[in-house]
Design a protein around this ligand. Sequence first.
Ligand SMILES: [Zn+2]
Ligand SMILES: [Zn+2]
Length: 411
Amino acid sequence: MPLEGEFLGGGDEVGRLGILLKCPGARVLFDYGITASDPPQYPAPCPPVDIMFLTHSHLDHCGMIPWLTARNDINVVSTSISREIGILLMDDSIKIGAAEGYPEPYTSADVKIARRKFDEIQFGDTSQAGKMTVIAHSAGHIPGATMYELQGKRTTLITGDIHTLDTRLVAGAKPVKCDNLIMESTYSGRNHPARLKTEYAFLKKIEEVNQRGGTAIIPSFAVGRTQEILLLLKDSRFDFWLDGMGKKVNAIYLRYPEFVRSAKRLRQAVSRTHEVRNVHARSRAAQADVVVTTSGMLDGGPVLGYAENIRNDPKSAILLTGYQVEGSNGRKLIETGYMEFQGVSEKVNCEVLKFDFSAHAGHDELLAFAKGCSPEKIVLMHGDQREILAGDLKAQGFEVHLPKNGEKWTI
Ligand SMILES: [Zn+2]
Ligand SMILES: [Zn+2]
């Protein structure tokens, strides 16, 4: 029997993912997130479902779970670490919503309900979705990120966000043989520079900034990116500080060491990190060699204070560590040399550079991954330039589907 699917969001865009699948005997939802833009964007309301599977806890995959579990008495299957990070992000998004004056689609009480609905799965374990058996595999994107393999008459693999190369934090994902592949395509049409070269250039730049008497401010997403950067800084001689939500994420990662590539190295990195715990420490950190802090795209968080401090200091630098979404403060800084501080646009005179520490597979890696899975049909999702990858996959003989949000499709 073919599967019928629909994207509630995140089909033809990077963000707010929700994949509805009608499986034999169950209506299943994979991920349900929000795009944390200004204003936030939500997926379409989810019709009643029987079970949800969460691939990983970035807000664009998990941010709407409390809305869902407040309306459906269902379980949310995920790894333990995704549950803990997810709860942290959901609570935080209520605080941010309140601070920025956006109505939140759920309350703290709803988050508490959501917490009780999680049903833990380990890599290699199986779960049930109607008549289908579901197997969890590591997606290599952040610790605990999961690909789900649905076994019925035909096998379907849902990747969530994937990375196929090893990073310092997690080992890369391996292909899984399947008939249908529902794959992310964030980096369709784009490849990453070699990671070792990026790491070398990044460390060299920090050294240069320090030698001329400046501080390097490293805006980093709290979940995944911060820890990757700390693992890189661990072996340097720099005095590095961490401020913002990354501290809480560190603590959670250390509680679930089985999901990181080397628990020992992460422990060493965290113990070498100076954590900013009060105002006094914050003023010390501002004078240090390096400050790693949130938010990664300069949209709020302690990074704004640090950036304000060095804004007119040409010896210092802001070193961005990831993709800056259109409309973000970080994108504005790169494109115009100005950024927003509490609603006021100011010129930034320190050095600004961007480094690619992406946790997503690049174009060629996605192509190789798909070939390794050798599916008959491929649905590309979570991308705003899917056609480029689709073209390359079709040229290799795959049947490729590019459904838009709200469109029904069958595989
Ligand atoms: Zn992600
Ligand atoms: Zn994502």
